[in-house]
Design a protein around this ligand. Structure first.
Ligand code: HEM
Ligand SMILES: [Fe+2]
Length: 802
């Protein structure tokens, strides 16, 4: 009994917690089984590839070495393999498959090809000879000559000849003495590297056409679409597309039903209560909280740099061969800029999350141990080392300054989104663990007095999940089979953004409202648990929607399509919640005597809800059905979704969090309300413009081209540089200018003010005590905080759960 009174009980009924734990356990059990199946049944990498005479053509080590040439030269940030990577260059699986099948058709008596493996005449026309040649080619490519006993693969004569003819082609392409393709001059010149690279492409093309043992489709579920080898959508792709639609519809129905039945679900303000908000600039800040001013400044600087790098990346698409007359690719080739662009986006968003965690923890715990400020600065320096190490490493790696092993450790690993070299990856994991430790030392005593299902624990556990799931990325190693690296890579890429970051976001936002007194803790806790459950039902197994065509067995596609469709259910619901959000602030403002201080932070949270629905939910679902993804993967519709979701959700959130914290650092009289307003409209209008003026129409055109003409054609530079496409690319310009000038730069200015006024407040009373002001509001009338946490000292303990 005594024990119980020392610890606050769980605020809700136990069923909530049990449901969430069961959902998580089930999800990860299925994902674990799928991991096992990936190792067992993924596209095999043969030990040897032989020609029909039994002579060695290349071996498994050559394929692995070629994969490393691909990754370490940043080619996954230029083109793609299995549809994964960047979109300026071709998809090398589709590219190799097209050229090699053309060569085979010609050799089998069909229309002739040039030395690049492309047909000479546009339309050779049907004829009995070419029909026979085509059928022969189909048989040669689809027949699976991989011996599971010996792990040896035998190529047909035409496949062998195609390999030998394509080495010179890829050699010409990658060692070209110009920057016309957006790569640096003479990007790869070593003959062995070029041969291995071709072997890697040849392996991926083989896996995309050879039929799985006992099946009538290939290891990649017949991806890419290619009539020359009879690759067309499988029955699975169609059936699971249809079933996933029903999963979405059913899920939305169930959720609406539940909300009709249980009116208490979702966000509710404290309706009977009127609170008065404390003037934020009178709130004493701890040293740890003050250190976050610098984090936010670094965040904003990285954001601005990312925008400029992005503008240069975009320029390559609008005007490939020159940068307003200047040969940019000689110094900053496309793939270098793209890897910087992608990595910076992760870095600045993560910086804001880390800072917001450090800022909120003492408000939750109501104290801060000594040394937190110093740890904060240490972490900031460590983060800067990782960021600049990554940027410099990628530069050296892509410019070919480093040798192989050194590239992997200090240059770049080259996996899109996990591009950074292993050293920086390990350091980043360590940095995130230090961050969790910082949160722990602040929260320790508070955690001791709380049930593990209550908000303080959920805040801490959600934070722990971030380094834990980033560390999974270490399982993706450049020398591992490509199918396996892709599997682990998406555990990070997907589970971060579509599950654990959504959860951490919900917890932080919920806490902000609780601390401000506009939402009761019980309501917030219920929303958090509901969201964890809803995000995880679809989000965990939904990871597989990235792996429809990566060499994994077909159950990955079936389960991925079904569960990721359910991901859209909570996102749809956010459209309802956005209004509740607006009211949470506005209601109190109208009743209270003091102004609601976080108007623009809350507006950014509303934007997060909006883009979660549009960017993640709608644009994500647009590319989610296997049958759509089959034609679409790696085109502008992916970029459309990626920008609207990544910037729309996590970018807006990062800015919203920074505004919330800055409001306490900058004196109220100096608060740059207008700048906040401008940055809100600048970022939102700029992003909407980017999507609606360019990415969405271009994506639809490209999808049409892919279905109508072919996937290979839709990924060609000819298409990307034709007049209409080029015009659409230029259409982006005004939106991008609005985004940078009115969106990003004001954020930088506001964060600069944060640093300026924090320095001015150095040495004030809060510093020595290390105690945070947790009282951000006072109750004027109505019910008090009946479920508020126990105080550090003095106050009597409230009864749990009343
Ligand atoms: C805030 C949440 C989300 C973020 C930040 C996000 C971000 C991204 C990014 C950056 C990519 C590009 C990955 C790559 O190029 O390999 C991507 C791809 C994808 N996303 Fe999302 N996403 C989110 C939510 C969703 C949702 C809810 C769905 C659908 C239910 C979805 C479906 C997809 C699919 C199918 C792809 C693969 C497209 C392709 O490779 O062509 N995403 N997402
Ligand atoms: Fe995903």
């Amino acid at each position: 009994m005594e024990e119980k009174s020392a610890r606050r009980g769980f605020l809700l009924s136990k069923g909530w917690l049990q449901a969430v734990i069961i959902v998580m356990l089930l999800g990860f059990t299925v994902l674990g089984i799928l991991a096992y199946r990936t190792y067992e049944d993924g596209a095999p990498v043969p030990v040897k590839v032989l020609d029909p005479q039994g002579q060695l053509l290349f071996d498994g080590d050559d394929i692995t070495a070629g994969q490393q040439v691909f990754l370490h030269n940043g080619l996954m940030e230029y083109g793609s393999v299995f549809g994964h990577g960047a979109y300026l260059g071709p998809d090398y699986t589709a590219d190799y498959l097209r050229r090699s099948s053309n060569i085979a058709i010609a050799e089998n008596g069909g229309p002739p090809v040039d030395e690049d493996g492309m047909e000479l005449a546009d339309d050779p026309g049907p004829g009995p000879a070419s029909d026979i040649a085509r059928q022969k080619t189909i048989n040669q490519f689809r027949e699976n000559q991989f011996d599971e006993e010996s792990n040896e693969l035998t190529f047909s004569q035409t496949q062998t000849d195609a390999f030998n003819k394509l080495i010179p082609y890829y050699t010409r392409f990658f060692s070209a003495d110009n920057t016309e393709n957006g790569l640096r001059k003479e990007a790869i010149t070593d003959p062995e590297d070029l041969r291995n690279l071709t072997a890697f492409f040849a392996w991926s093309a083989w896996a995309s056409a050879a039929e799985r043992p006992g099946k009538d489709y290939s290891y990649t579920n017949n991806w890419p679409p290619e009539p020359r080898v009879d690759n067309s959508p499988t029955a699975n792709a169609l059936v699971w597309s249809a079933i996933s639609l029903v999963a979405l519809l059913g899920g939305i129905g169930l959720l609406f039903g539940a909300f009709g039945r249980y009116r208490d679900l979702g966000w509710h303000g404290r309706e009977q209560t009127v609170v008065s908000f404390r003037d934020p600039s009178t709130v004493a800040l701890t040293p740890g909280q003050k250190s976050t001013a610098w984090f936010f400044f670094v965040m904003a600087a990285l954001f601005v740099i990312q925008c400029f790098v992005g503008a240069a990346v975009q320029h390559y698409r609008a005007e490939l061969t020159s940068f307003f007359g200047f040969d940019l690719a000689a110094i900053l080739p496309y793939n270098l800029l793209r890897t910087w662009h992608v990595q910076l986006s992760l870095f600045w968003v993560a910086t804001s999350f880390v800072a917001a965690g450090i800022f909120l923890a003492p408000m939750i715990a109501r104290r801060e141990p000594r040394g937190q400020g110093k740890l904060g600065y240490f972490l900031l320096v460590a983060l800067a080392v990782v960021v600049f190490g990554t940027l410099i490493g990628s530069y050296l790696g892509i410019h070919g300054v480093l040798e192989d092993a050194a590239t992997n450790w200090f240059g770049l690993q080259g996996f899109e989104y996990l591009d950074l070299a292993r050293l920086w990856q390990v350091l980043l994991v360590v940095g995130l663990i230090v961050w969790v430790y910082m949160l722990f030392r602040v929260m320790r005593s508070r955690l001791r007095r709380e049930h593990p299902g209550n908000m303080p624990w959920l805040f801490f556990l959600a934070a722990c999940a971030i380094p834990a799931f980033y560390a999974v990325g270490l399982l993706a190693r450049t020398a591992e089979d490509f199918t396996i690296t892709e599997f682990w890579r998406f555990w990070v890429v997907h589970l971060w953004v579509e599950d654990f970051l959504e959860i951490f976001t919900t917890v932080m936002v919920a806490y902000m409202f609780v601390l401000l007194g506009v939402v009761r803790e019980k309501v917030a806790l219920m929303v958090i648990l509901l969201d964890i459950g809803l995000y995880s039902v679809g989000g965990v197994v939904g990871t597989m929607h990235h792996l429809y065509f990566s060499g994994t067995p077909s159950e990955h596609m079936a389960l991925g399509a079904f569960f990721s469709a359910i991901e859209v259910v909570p996102l749809t619901f956010l459209t309802v919640e956005a209004w509740s959000f607006l009211q949470l602030g506005a209601n109190q403002e109208s009743k209270s005597t003091s102004d609601f201080p976080h108007r623009w932070a809350v507006m950014f949270l509303v934007a997060v809800g909006f883009w979660n629905f549009l960017g993640a939910g709608v644009f994500g679902f647009l590319v989610n059905l296997p049958i759509v993804s089959y034609f679409e993967i790696g085109t502008a519709l992916t970029a459309n979704h990626a920008h609207a979701a990544m910037m729309g959700v996590y970018g807006m959130l990062a800015i919203g969090l920074s505004l919330f914290c800055l409001r306490y650092m900058i004196p109220s009289k100096k608060w740059p309300e207008k700048w906040a307003k401008v940055s809100f409209w600048g970022t939102n209008i700029g992003l909407a413009w980017m999507c609606f003026a360019t990415l969405l129409p271009l994506g639809i055109m490209q999808l049409y081209k892919s279905v109508d003409d072919g996937y290979f054609e839709a990924r060609q530079l000819d298409f990307l540089t034709d007049k209409t496409t080029e015009m659409l690319e230029w259409m982006r310009l005004p939106g991008d200018v609005v985004f940078i000038v009115f969106g990003a730069i004001p954020v930088l200015y506001m964060c600069f003010l944060g640093v300026k006024y924090t320095i001015a407040r150095r040495g004030e009373d809060g510093d020595g005590r290390g105690e945070a002001d947790a009282e951000l509001f006072t109750v004027i009338s109505g019910t008090s905080m009946e479920d508020e946490p126990p105080e550090i000292s003095g106050r009597p303990e409230p009864t749990p759960g009343t």
